[in-house]
Design a binder for this molecule. Structure first.
Ligand code: PMP
Length: 424
């Protein structure tokens, strides 16, 4: 059973000089994570499908750095491309020509793309996408889905969230995932006022089972957007490259107007991209949007190497197949111990939870939380509230290890279940 003594010593130091110590979703945010005692807070190194914490414990990383790691940590093809590029041109007064190479590669690879634009984080391009939609339509309002995550900038957050001007959130009209009638209703209520509909390719909220698009959903949304002149933005920051290298809109059989990529785009090198259709190119060029490091060359070299490798090895298929293997193994183990185990979403980004024991439901996530904590303490890194990610560096031996750890963890949770459920 892993100890996290050094992690917690470093955390004590961190909170003295950094607000929140480890902030955002990577830290022990209130209400999000397992008990801190189960959880490492600082990593010391990473390689392939694993990372090590500062106490020297090794983990199979089923969060893949929350998505960026798709080919395994320290992929030599991607990292060498970045290192070689760094030696000649890094962050300079002008971009390197490989910015054009990367845009061409995206236009050739991503089905909907006629152009590409580069930034650093997912939130940079979801925000740029909304700006492009507003520039193209001259409208302010937009529709988003309850529980969808698009970053941290004002409009992505809730009305009244700390630090967010209410005026930034007001143009946002909310619907529930899958509810086409609600989109229709808003489109007629605010006719001529809605710039964009923004959503992830399927619904992957936290603390909730994930939901694939209902039959005909995207076709209907596409039709409403076409009819009303609304720009259809697909936020593919999380799913991108794990479902189809041609884009997740292609995977689900429709065409986005703007598609946002980040995470797996360069296997951990910091770059994001917005791809768009021809009719929005002038609007994109009209928007003032840039950043200190947005045109740095090494990350572009990394993205080129990563995209080429993902295409060559068919990374989405490998990620899918390992997702299926892991889910099958966990289902088998859960059955043996009498747990009601459910998974949802796509296998390469599976969401799972223990929903009950011996036919009795656990609506409070307590059994699942305990299970995840016991797995983390034994070297399988998961979270209790978020979808997971698979990568191409996993092996069948890793799946066996995950199965063995889950077996032990479920045994422990089963034995302590009365105590655990009494916390409700
Ligand atoms: N959209 C989605 C769907 C995401 O999952 C994320 C990151 N979790 C973002 C946008 C924001 O990306 P970033 O944190 O890189 O700004």
């Amino acid at each position: 059973i892993y100890e996290h003594t050094k992690s917690h010593e470093w955390y004590e130091k961190a909170v003295e000089v950094i607000p929140g110590g480890v902030y955002g979703h990577l830290g022990p945010a209130e209400g999000c994570f397992m008990p801190m005692s189960a959880y490492p807070l600082f990593a010391s190194k990473a390689d392939g499908a694993y990372f090590w914490d500062v106490d020297g414990n090794r983990y199979i990383d089923l969060m893949c750095a929350y998505g960026p790691m798709i080919l395994g940590y320290n992929d030599p093809d991607v990292d060498n491309a970045a290192i070689e590029q760094m030696k000649t041109l890094n962050c300079a007064v002008q971009p390197g020509t490989l910015m054009v190479d990367l845009a061409e590669l995206l236009v050739d690879t991503v089905e909907m793309a006629d152009w590409a634009f580069f930034a650093k984080n997912g939130g940079d391009v979801t925000n740029f996408a909304l700006m492009v939609a507003r520039a193209a339509t001259g409208r302010d309002k937009f529709i988003a889905v309850n529980g969808g995550y698009h970053g941290v900038i004002g409009w992505t957050q809730g009305y009244g969230a700390p630090g967010v001007a209410k005026a930034e959130v007001l143009p946002k009209l909310m619907v529930n995932w899958g509810d086409v009638a609600a989109v229709e209703k808003l489109a007629s209520e605010y006719k001529g006022e809605i710039a964009a509909f923004i959503a992830t390719p399927y619904h992957h909220p936290v603390f909730e089972d994930n939901v694939l698009p209902p039959a005909g959903y995207w076709e209907k949304i596409r039709r409403i957007c076409d009819r009303e002149g609304i720009v259809l933005i697909v936020d593919d920051v999380r799913c991108g490259w794990r479902l189809d290298v041609k884009g997740s809109d292609y995977h689900f059989g429709f065409k986005a107007d703007l598609e946002c990529f980040c995470k797996a785009l360069a296997n951990g090198h910091n770059i994001s991209a917005l791809c768009g259709v021809e009719s929005l190119k002038d609007a994109a060029a009209s928007v003032m949007c840039t950043g200190s490091y947005w045109m740095s060359a090494p990350q572009m070299a990394a993205a080129i190497a990563c995209i080429n490798k993902m295409k060559t090895i068919d990374a989405p298929k490998i990620c899918h197949d390992y997702g299926v293997k892991i889910i099958d193994r966990l289902t088998e183990v859960a059955k043996k111990h009498g747990f009601d185990y459910r998974f949802s979403g796509e296998p390469s980004l599976f969401y799972h939870r223990i929903a009950g024991l011996d036919g009795k439901e656990d609506p409070n996530f307590l059994l699942h939380q305990a299970f995840v904590g016991e797995c983390v303490k034994r070297g399988v890194f998961m979270t209790n509230h978020h979808n997971h990610f698979t990568n191409t560096a996993l092996t069948d031996a890793d799946v066996d290890f995950i199965g063995e750890v889950a077996d032990e963890a479920m045994g422990v949770v089963r034995n302590k279940s009365r105590e655990i459920l009494a916390q409700a």
